[in-house]
Ligand binder design. Sequence first.
Ligand SMILES: [Fe+2]
Ligand SMILES: [Fe+2]
Length: 373
Amino acid sequence: MNVQTNHSADATTVEEALAADNQQVVDSESATRVAMSNTLLTPRFYTTDFDEMDAIDVSPVREDWDTLIGQMKADPNRGHFKKNEDWDHIDWDGMDPALKREFIDFLISSCTAEFSGCVLYKEMKRRGSNEDITTLFQLMARDEARHAGFINDALREAGIAVNLGFLTQKKKYTYFRPKFIYYATYLSEKIGYARYITIFRHLEAHPEHRFHPIFKWFKEWCNDEFSHGEAFALLMKTDPKLTSGRNVWWIKFFLTAVYGTMYVRDHQRPAFHKALGVDPDWYAQSVFEKTSEISKQVFPITLDIDHPRWMPTLKRLQKANADLALAEKKTGLSRLLGKASGSLRAAAAFVSLYTIPVKRHDVPTQTRLEPAY
Ligand SMILES: [Fe+2]
Ligand SMILES: [Fe+2]
Protein backbone atom coordinates (compact mmCIF):
# COMPACT_ATOMS: atom_id res chain seq x y z
CA MET A 1 0.00 0.00 0.00
CA ASN A 2 1.33 3.41 -0.88
CA VAL A 3 0.35 6.01 1.67
CA GLN A 4 0.76 9.65 0.75
CA THR A 5 2.61 11.40 3.55
CA ASN A 6 2.98 15.12 3.83
CA HIS A 7 5.29 15.32 6.79
CA SER A 8 8.07 13.05 8.00
CA ALA A 9 6.59 13.12 11.52
CA ASP A 10 3.55 11.13 10.38
CA ALA A 11 5.46 8.58 8.34
CA THR A 12 5.43 4.97 9.46
CA THR A 13 8.47 3.86 7.48
CA VAL A 14 11.80 5.42 6.72
CA GLU A 15 11.00 5.43 3.00
CA GLU A 16 7.87 7.49 3.59
CA ALA A 17 9.67 9.79 5.99
CA LEU A 18 12.38 10.53 3.46
CA ALA A 19 9.86 11.11 0.67
CA ALA A 20 7.75 13.49 2.77
CA ASP A 21 7.18 17.06 1.63
CA ASN A 22 9.25 18.62 4.38
CA GLN A 23 12.30 16.68 3.27
CA GLN A 24 12.12 17.96 -0.27
CA VAL A 25 14.40 20.92 0.07
CA VAL A 26 15.87 23.44 -2.20
CA ASP A 27 19.57 23.06 -1.62
CA SER A 28 21.27 25.73 0.35
CA GLU A 29 24.83 25.27 -0.68
CA SER A 30 26.62 26.59 2.36
CA ALA A 31 24.69 24.36 4.77
CA THR A 32 25.23 21.28 2.64
CA ARG A 33 28.92 22.14 2.41
CA VAL A 34 29.13 22.24 6.20
CA ALA A 35 27.34 18.90 6.43
CA MET A 36 29.67 17.43 3.81
CA SER A 37 32.84 18.25 5.72
CA ASN A 38 34.70 15.35 7.31
CA THR A 39 36.94 16.29 10.19
CA LEU A 40 37.57 14.60 13.51
CA LEU A 41 34.85 16.77 14.99
CA THR A 42 32.07 16.64 12.40
CA PRO A 43 29.48 13.84 12.17
CA ARG A 44 30.44 11.14 9.70
CA PHE A 45 28.57 8.59 7.65
CA TYR A 46 29.38 4.96 8.33
CA THR A 47 29.29 1.71 6.48
CA THR A 48 30.03 -1.76 7.81
CA ASP A 49 29.98 -5.49 7.16
CA PHE A 50 26.22 -5.84 6.84
CA ASP A 51 26.36 -9.63 6.38
CA GLU A 52 28.06 -10.07 9.72
CA MET A 53 25.43 -7.92 11.41
CA ASP A 54 22.67 -9.78 9.64
CA ALA A 55 23.94 -13.04 11.15
CA ILE A 56 23.31 -11.93 14.76
CA ASP A 57 21.08 -14.32 16.67
CA VAL A 58 19.09 -12.46 19.31
CA SER A 59 17.81 -15.64 21.03
CA PRO A 60 19.91 -15.07 24.19
CA VAL A 61 18.04 -11.78 24.78
CA ARG A 62 14.75 -12.78 23.17
CA GLU A 63 12.40 -11.65 25.93
CA ASP A 64 13.89 -8.16 26.31
CA TRP A 65 14.24 -7.91 22.55
CA ASP A 66 10.57 -8.58 21.87
CA THR A 67 9.49 -6.11 24.53
CA LEU A 68 11.70 -3.39 23.09
CA ILE A 69 10.60 -4.02 19.50
CA GLY A 70 7.00 -4.04 20.69
CA GLN A 71 7.47 -0.60 22.27
CA MET A 72 9.08 0.77 19.14
CA LYS A 73 6.37 -0.68 16.89
CA ALA A 74 3.69 0.90 19.09
CA ASP A 75 5.29 4.17 17.97
CA PRO A 76 4.34 6.57 20.78
CA ASN A 77 6.07 9.47 19.00
CA ARG A 78 4.28 9.20 15.69
CA GLY A 79 3.18 12.69 14.63
CA HIS A 80 5.27 14.34 17.33
CA PHE A 81 8.14 15.74 15.30
CA LYS A 82 6.45 18.62 13.56
CA LYS A 83 5.56 22.18 14.41
CA ASN A 84 2.36 22.83 16.33
CA GLU A 85 0.91 25.61 18.48
CA ASP A 86 3.87 25.32 20.88
CA TRP A 87 6.22 26.39 18.13
CA ASP A 88 7.02 30.03 18.91
CA HIS A 89 7.95 32.53 16.26
CA ILE A 90 11.67 33.12 15.95
CA ASP A 91 13.12 36.46 15.00
CA TRP A 92 16.13 35.15 13.10
CA ASP A 93 17.11 38.59 11.86
CA GLY A 94 17.06 40.03 15.37
CA MET A 95 19.15 37.22 16.84
CA ASP A 96 22.64 38.04 18.08
CA PRO A 97 24.91 37.19 15.09
CA ALA A 98 27.32 35.02 17.11
CA LEU A 99 24.43 33.08 18.62
CA LYS A 100 22.75 32.72 15.24
CA ARG A 101 25.95 31.38 13.68
CA GLU A 102 26.58 28.87 16.47
CA PHE A 103 22.97 27.78 16.72
CA ILE A 104 22.74 27.16 12.98
CA ASP A 105 26.00 25.24 13.19
CA PHE A 106 24.48 23.20 16.03
CA LEU A 107 21.35 22.47 13.96
CA ILE A 108 23.30 21.48 10.86
CA SER A 109 25.60 19.23 12.84
CA SER A 110 22.65 17.65 14.69
CA CYS A 111 20.77 17.13 11.43
CA THR A 112 23.82 15.48 9.86
CA ALA A 113 24.26 13.22 12.90
CA GLU A 114 20.58 12.20 12.83
CA PHE A 115 20.77 11.56 9.15
CA SER A 116 24.00 9.60 9.51
CA GLY A 117 22.12 7.19 11.79
CA CYS A 118 19.26 7.06 9.32
CA VAL A 119 21.50 6.16 6.39
CA LEU A 120 23.35 3.43 8.28
CA TYR A 121 20.19 1.87 9.73
CA LYS A 122 18.32 2.03 6.44
CA GLU A 123 21.17 0.30 4.64
CA MET A 124 21.26 -2.47 7.25
CA LYS A 125 17.55 -2.95 6.80
CA ARG A 126 17.90 -3.05 3.02
CA ARG A 127 20.79 -5.52 2.97
CA GLY A 128 19.60 -7.85 5.71
CA SER A 129 17.42 -10.94 5.62
CA ASN A 130 17.31 -11.66 9.36
CA GLU A 131 13.86 -10.51 10.37
CA ASP A 132 14.81 -9.48 13.91
CA ILE A 133 17.60 -7.31 12.63
CA THR A 134 15.79 -5.76 9.66
CA THR A 135 12.75 -4.95 11.81
CA LEU A 136 14.87 -3.14 14.36
CA PHE A 137 16.83 -1.18 11.79
CA GLN A 138 13.70 -0.18 9.87
CA LEU A 139 12.22 1.22 13.11
CA MET A 140 15.37 3.11 14.06
CA ALA A 141 15.81 4.51 10.54
CA ARG A 142 12.20 5.72 10.67
CA ASP A 143 12.90 7.64 13.90
CA GLU A 144 16.12 9.20 12.66
CA ALA A 145 14.48 10.32 9.40
CA ARG A 146 11.80 12.07 11.46
CA HIS A 147 14.39 13.72 13.69
CA ALA A 148 16.42 14.94 10.72
CA GLY A 149 13.25 16.17 9.00
CA PHE A 150 12.22 18.14 12.06
CA ILE A 151 15.60 19.87 12.31
CA ASN A 152 15.32 20.70 8.63
CA ASP A 153 11.95 22.35 9.41
CA ALA A 154 13.72 24.57 11.94
CA LEU A 155 16.58 25.36 9.57
CA ARG A 156 14.22 26.18 6.72
CA GLU A 157 12.77 29.05 8.78
CA ALA A 158 16.23 30.55 8.83
CA GLY A 159 16.42 30.14 5.06
CA ILE A 160 18.73 27.14 5.27
CA ALA A 161 18.37 23.51 4.38
CA VAL A 162 20.65 20.53 4.27
CA ASN A 163 20.23 18.54 1.07
CA LEU A 164 19.91 15.06 2.51
CA GLY A 165 19.65 13.33 -0.87
CA PHE A 166 22.89 14.94 -1.97
CA LEU A 167 24.60 13.93 1.28
CA THR A 168 23.54 10.30 0.86
CA GLN A 169 25.16 10.15 -2.55
CA LYS A 170 28.19 12.34 -2.11
CA LYS A 171 29.33 12.31 1.50
CA LYS A 172 32.28 10.07 2.25
CA TYR A 173 31.46 6.85 4.11
CA THR A 174 33.81 5.60 6.82
CA TYR A 175 34.07 1.83 7.19
CA PHE A 176 33.81 0.44 10.73
CA ARG A 177 33.80 -3.24 11.65
CA PRO A 178 30.46 -4.23 13.21
CA LYS A 179 31.83 -4.32 16.75
CA PHE A 180 33.07 -0.75 16.39
CA ILE A 181 29.67 0.24 15.06
CA TYR A 182 28.11 -1.24 18.22
CA TYR A 183 30.42 0.64 20.58
CA ALA A 184 30.27 3.93 18.68
CA THR A 185 26.57 3.85 17.91
CA TYR A 186 25.52 2.61 21.34
CA LEU A 187 27.48 5.46 22.88
CA SER A 188 26.25 8.10 20.48
CA GLU A 189 22.61 7.07 21.12
CA LYS A 190 23.06 7.11 24.90
CA ILE A 191 25.09 10.31 24.99
CA GLY A 192 22.48 11.82 22.66
CA TYR A 193 19.83 10.91 25.21
CA ALA A 194 21.91 12.39 28.04
CA ARG A 195 22.58 15.61 26.11
CA TYR A 196 18.95 16.19 25.15
CA ILE A 197 17.51 15.38 28.57
CA THR A 198 20.07 17.57 30.36
CA ILE A 199 19.13 20.56 28.21
CA PHE A 200 15.43 19.75 28.53
CA ARG A 201 15.55 19.56 32.34
CA HIS A 202 17.66 22.70 32.56
CA LEU A 203 15.19 24.65 30.40
CA GLU A 204 12.27 23.28 32.37
CA ALA A 205 13.78 25.00 35.40
CA HIS A 206 14.88 28.08 33.42
CA PRO A 207 12.35 28.67 30.62
CA GLU A 208 13.66 32.22 30.15
CA HIS A 209 16.71 30.67 28.44
CA ARG A 210 14.67 28.74 25.91
CA PHE A 211 15.56 30.91 22.91
CA HIS A 212 14.16 28.47 20.35
CA PRO A 213 11.06 26.23 20.48
CA ILE A 214 12.86 23.10 19.25
CA PHE A 215 14.07 22.44 22.81
CA LYS A 216 10.47 21.78 23.87
CA TRP A 217 10.59 18.62 21.74
CA PHE A 218 13.72 17.22 23.36
CA LYS A 219 12.03 14.95 25.90
CA GLU A 220 10.24 12.65 23.45
CA TRP A 221 13.22 13.00 21.17
CA CYS A 222 15.66 11.69 23.74
CA ASN A 223 13.33 8.80 24.54
CA ASP A 224 13.73 7.63 20.95
CA GLU A 225 17.51 7.81 21.28
CA PHE A 226 17.28 5.94 24.57
CA SER A 227 15.44 3.06 22.88
CA HIS A 228 17.97 2.95 20.07
CA GLY A 229 20.74 2.67 22.66
CA GLU A 230 18.80 -0.14 24.37
CA ALA A 231 18.74 -2.05 21.10
CA PHE A 232 22.52 -1.83 20.75
CA ALA A 233 22.98 -2.86 24.37
CA LEU A 234 20.95 -6.00 23.64
CA LEU A 235 22.87 -6.66 20.43
CA MET A 236 26.12 -6.53 22.40
CA LYS A 237 24.65 -8.80 25.06
CA THR A 238 24.14 -11.55 22.48
CA ASP A 239 27.91 -12.10 22.38
CA PRO A 240 29.82 -11.79 25.69
CA LYS A 241 33.14 -11.57 23.82
CA LEU A 242 32.16 -8.09 22.64
CA THR A 243 32.42 -6.69 26.14
CA SER A 244 35.29 -8.70 27.60
CA GLY A 245 39.01 -9.40 27.14
CA ARG A 246 40.87 -7.20 24.69
CA ASN A 247 37.65 -5.55 23.59
CA VAL A 248 37.49 -3.70 26.91
CA TRP A 249 40.42 -1.61 25.61
CA TRP A 250 38.34 -0.74 22.58
CA ILE A 251 35.44 0.20 24.80
CA LYS A 252 37.73 2.49 26.76
CA PHE A 253 38.99 3.97 23.51
CA PHE A 254 35.47 4.74 22.26
CA LEU A 255 34.37 6.16 25.61
CA THR A 256 37.38 8.47 25.65
CA ALA A 257 36.97 9.50 22.02
CA VAL A 258 33.22 10.15 22.30
CA TYR A 259 33.53 12.14 25.54
CA GLY A 260 36.57 14.07 24.30
CA THR A 261 34.94 14.94 20.98
CA MET A 262 31.81 16.17 22.68
CA TYR A 263 33.81 18.37 25.04
CA VAL A 264 35.85 19.96 22.26
CA ARG A 265 32.89 20.44 19.95
CA ASP A 266 30.69 22.03 22.59
CA HIS A 267 33.40 24.49 23.57
CA GLN A 268 33.37 25.77 20.01
CA ARG A 269 29.91 27.23 20.75
CA PRO A 270 30.29 29.67 23.66
CA ALA A 271 27.46 32.02 22.60
CA PHE A 272 25.04 29.10 22.21
CA HIS A 273 25.73 27.82 25.72
CA LYS A 274 25.62 31.32 27.19
CA ALA A 275 22.17 31.85 25.65
CA LEU A 276 21.01 28.57 27.17
CA GLY A 277 22.43 29.67 30.52
CA VAL A 278 24.60 26.57 30.62
CA ASP A 279 28.25 26.37 31.67
CA PRO A 280 29.80 24.00 29.10
CA ASP A 281 32.05 22.38 31.74
CA TRP A 282 29.09 21.68 34.01
CA TYR A 283 27.08 20.46 31.04
CA ALA A 284 29.84 18.11 29.88
CA GLN A 285 30.33 16.56 33.32
CA SER A 286 26.60 16.18 33.81
CA VAL A 287 26.25 14.41 30.46
CA PHE A 288 29.29 12.18 31.16
CA GLU A 289 27.84 11.20 34.55
CA LYS A 290 24.52 10.15 33.06
CA THR A 291 26.11 8.33 30.12
CA SER A 292 28.54 6.49 32.40
CA GLU A 293 25.76 5.43 34.74
CA ILE A 294 23.64 4.14 31.84
CA SER A 295 26.52 2.39 30.07
CA LYS A 296 27.11 0.20 33.13
CA GLN A 297 24.19 -1.83 31.74
CA VAL A 298 26.57 -3.38 29.23
CA PHE A 299 30.14 -2.08 29.62
CA PRO A 300 32.27 -3.59 32.44
CA ILE A 301 34.16 -0.29 32.87
CA THR A 302 33.46 3.41 33.14
CA LEU A 303 35.93 6.26 32.75
CA ASP A 304 37.07 7.91 35.96
CA ILE A 305 35.62 11.33 35.18
CA ASP A 306 36.41 12.56 38.70
CA HIS A 307 40.09 11.75 38.37
CA PRO A 308 42.29 14.83 39.04
CA ARG A 309 43.72 14.54 35.52
CA TRP A 310 40.36 14.30 33.73
CA MET A 311 39.07 17.88 33.49
CA PRO A 312 42.47 19.63 33.15
CA THR A 313 43.39 17.27 30.30
CA LEU A 314 40.08 17.79 28.52
CA LYS A 315 40.85 21.51 28.68
CA ARG A 316 44.28 20.91 27.14
CA LEU A 317 42.68 18.83 24.40
CA GLN A 318 40.25 21.63 23.71
CA LYS A 319 42.99 24.29 23.64
CA ALA A 320 45.11 22.20 21.28
CA ASN A 321 42.15 21.84 18.91
CA ALA A 322 41.38 25.56 19.07
CA ASP A 323 45.03 26.36 18.24
CA LEU A 324 44.89 23.85 15.42
CA ALA A 325 41.86 25.59 13.94
CA LEU A 326 43.67 28.96 14.19
CA ALA A 327 46.75 27.53 12.47
CA GLU A 328 44.54 26.27 9.60
CA LYS A 329 43.75 29.88 8.77
CA LYS A 330 47.41 30.93 8.56
CA THR A 331 49.83 30.41 5.69
CA GLY A 332 53.38 29.22 5.20
CA LEU A 333 55.66 28.21 8.02
CA SER A 334 53.48 29.48 10.86
CA ARG A 335 50.65 27.35 9.52
CA LEU A 336 52.91 24.31 9.38
CA LEU A 337 54.37 24.80 12.83
CA GLY A 338 51.02 25.71 14.34
CA LYS A 339 49.42 22.59 12.93
CA ALA A 340 52.27 20.34 14.06
CA SER A 341 52.20 21.77 17.57
CA GLY A 342 48.41 21.58 17.82
CA SER A 343 48.29 17.98 16.58
CA LEU A 344 51.04 16.84 18.91
CA ARG A 345 49.44 18.46 21.93
CA ALA A 346 46.02 17.05 21.01
CA ALA A 347 47.49 13.56 20.64
CA ALA A 348 49.37 13.87 23.95
CA ALA A 349 46.20 15.01 25.72
CA PHE A 350 44.27 12.08 24.28
CA VAL A 351 46.90 9.60 25.43
CA SER A 352 46.84 11.17 28.86
CA LEU A 353 43.05 10.78 29.04
CA TYR A 354 43.25 7.22 27.76
CA THR A 355 45.77 6.19 30.41
CA ILE A 356 43.66 7.33 33.38
CA PRO A 357 42.78 4.08 35.20
CA VAL A 358 39.17 2.99 34.67
CA LYS A 359 36.52 2.03 37.19
CA ARG A 360 35.52 -1.61 36.94
CA HIS A 361 32.19 -3.09 37.92
CA ASP A 362 29.98 -6.09 37.35
CA VAL A 363 27.53 -5.95 34.49
CA PRO A 364 23.97 -6.83 35.56
CA THR A 365 22.36 -9.93 34.02
CA GLN A 366 19.26 -7.86 33.33
CA THR A 367 20.19 -5.34 30.62
CA ARG A 368 17.06 -3.32 30.03
CA LEU A 369 16.70 0.20 31.43
CA GLU A 370 14.02 2.86 31.15
CA PRO A 371 14.81 6.58 30.80
CA ALA A 372 15.24 7.85 34.36
CA TYR A 373 16.60 11.41 34.16
FE1 LIG B 1 17.79 10.66 16.46
FE1 LIG C 1 18.97 7.47 17.52
